[in-house]
Design a protein around this ligand. Structure first.
Ligand SMILES: *Cc1c(COP(=O)(O)O)cnc(C)c1O
Length: 394
């Protein structure tokens, strides 16, 4: 097989042709500035309204509660810094978790340097937070709880509805980074008592560089970009019209076919996961069953380096990801794998394969043939494995 196999959908996705097709006229034919008053501008204004309606509908929000951003990171930054700033008179305490995306973690670290007090909730061996820990962490200074909807590395889906109910009962704002969830699993901001939610187009077959922050009606938040009156004065700048059209269309497609798609994804994902776990000295990271994202598999192979697995898979045309060292430019393995209790040596051997809508059973079969050979070759060269064979478990 020479074709390249893409199993890194949690990192980003391609843009679906139907999405691309709807976007194209907004680069050429309908290029008017939505803020202008002539007919040409009315077309783009209308397109933005429709895109906003589609995003709102997909998460059961009102269109007036959707604010477009440049992506997931910007939405996370805005939610946390914007609430911190608007509510700093009320309190300086924020609660989040140890397994958040860096867009949340680094924002919290920034705030910690500026007088805020951050509590990082631990997670159990599968990546779940404990509601009791959250309840115990709340003080009269707590202004915001930020817990991700689903983890990008190990696929854990957090108890969002319970968290939302608790926060609402304590009158504390609840933000969720739902970048891995929206367009993949059901998300309902009303039913789940979510006050702020981040999403990004390129994680569900929409374009890169566009995302949104849902801000529940009535919530105070510091404006993000000062300038013209776009996004109701909260985030100025001429709208990214084509991308708004694209994110709306992509999300509409994603929620329409969700249940059907997920059945197929779960079947292929389980085949992939169970096949890889047949390799000796492996472990699954993250939960099994309904509390795992349908497309996510994450497995540690002992005695090898994730980075080396990726390079050898790349040579076979397979694109994957790892929570290991050099990919991220740091020597520490993934903070998520450490948080679920793995020691460095084991965490370094992780392989994340995230499948998508066009993944085929043939591709899964090819990966299942290829990975065990790659692991065998790497172990044959591994001093750790050699040591283990000689001395056994220490
Ligand atoms: C991808 C991702 C982000 C960042 O989104 P960008 O659009 O790349 O800025 C944030 N959080 C999670 C959970 C993600 O998977």
């Amino acid at each position: 097989m020479n074709k390249s196999i893409y199993m890194d959908h949690a990192a980003t996705t391609y843009v679906k042709p139907e999405v691309m097709e709807e976007m194209l006229p907004y680069f050429t034919t309908y290029f008017g500035n939505p803020s202008s008053i002539y007919t040409l501008a009315r077309e783009t204004k209308k397109a933005i309204d429709i895109g906003r309606d589609k995003v709102a509908k997909a998460i059961n929000a009102d269109s007036s509660e959707i604010f477009f951003t440049s992506g997931g990171s910007e939405a996370d930054n805005w939610a946390i810094k914007g609430i911190a700033s608007a509510y700093k008179k009320k309190g300086n305490h924020i609660i989040t978790t140890v397994i958040e995306h860096h867009a949340v973690l680094h924002t919290c670290e920034y705030l910690a340097k500026n007088g805020f007090d951050i509590t990082y909730l631990p997670v159990d061996e599968y990546g779940f937070i404990n509601i009791k820990d959250l309840e115990n962490a709340i003080t009269d200074k707590t202004i915001l709880v930020s817990v991700m909807f689903a983890n990008n590395e190990i696929g854990t889906i957090e108890p969002i509805k319970e968290i939302g109910a608790l926060c609402r009962s304590k009158k504390i704002l609840f933000h969720t980074d739902a970048v891995q969830a929206v367009g993949h699993i059901p998300v309902d901001v009303k039913e789940m008592n979510i006050d702020l939610l981040s999403l990004a187009g390129h994680k569900f077959y929409g374009p890169k560089g566009i995302g949104a922050l849902y801000i529940r009606k009535g919530i105070k938040i510091e404006n993000l970009i000062h300038g013209g009156g776009q996004e109701r004065g909260k985030r100025a700048g001429t709208e990214n019209v084509a991308s708004v059209v694209g994110i709306g269309k992509a999300l509409e497609l994603a929620v329409t076919n969700m249940e059907e798609n997920n059945k197929k994804l779960v079947y292929l994902r389980d085949k992939l996961m169970n096949g890889l776990l047949k390799v000796p000295y492996t472990r699954l990271n993250g939960p099994i069953g309904e509390k795992r994202l349908p497309g996510n598999s994450n497995i540690c192979f002992r005695f090898v380096e994730g980075e080396s697995i990726l390079l050898m898979l790349d040579a076979k045309g397979i694109a994957a990801s790892s929570g290991s060292a050099c990919t991220s430019g740091s020597l520490d393995p993934s903070h998520v794998l450490l948080a679920i209790g793995l020691i460095h040596e084991i965490a370094h051997g992780s392989l994340r394969l995230t499948i998508g809508d066009e993944t085929t059973e043939e591709e899964v079969d090819f990966v299942l043939e290829t990975v065990p050979n790659v692991i065998k070759r790497l172990r044959d060269m591994s001093p750790l494995y050699d040591d283990f064979l000689k001395k056994g478990e220490k």
